[in-house]
Design a protein around this ligand. Structure first.
Ligand SMILES: [Zn+2]
Length: 79
C-alpha cells in the first residue's frame, strides 16, 4: 500500500494571510505545524476524503475540534 502521507492531497481552502495555495503532503502539513510556521486559521482539505483540518493556536484540529497535533482530544477548542 502506498504511503498516503507522501501524496500531495491537502489543498489550502482557507488562508487568512493569502500566502499559501496549492497542494501539500500530510508530512509537510504536520511538520510545518510543529514548527509553527502556518498562519493561524489556515485550513486544508484532503482531496480524497474531503476531511478538513485547521491550524489554530499552534495545533492542527479536525473540523470537530479534535486535536491532531498532540492529544487527540478536544482540548484546544476556542470559542
Ligand atoms: Zn493537543
Amino acid at each position: 500500500m502506498e504511503n498516503i502521507s507522501i501524496m500531495f492531497l491537502w489543498d489550502v481552502v482557507t488562508d487568512p494571510e493569502h500566502t499559501f495555495k496549492g497542494y501539500f503532503r500530510w508530512l509537510d502539513v504536520r511538520q510545518t505545524a510543529e514548527d509553527g510556521h502556518w498562519p493561524d486559521g489556515i485550513e486544508f482539505r484532503n482531496q480524497l476524503t474531503g476531511r478538513i483540518v485547521a491550524y489554530r493556536g499552534g495545533k492542527l484540529l479536525s473540523s470537530d475540534g479534535t486535536c491532531i497535533t498532540c492529544c487527540r482530544k478536544p482540548a484546544h477548542i476556542q470559542a
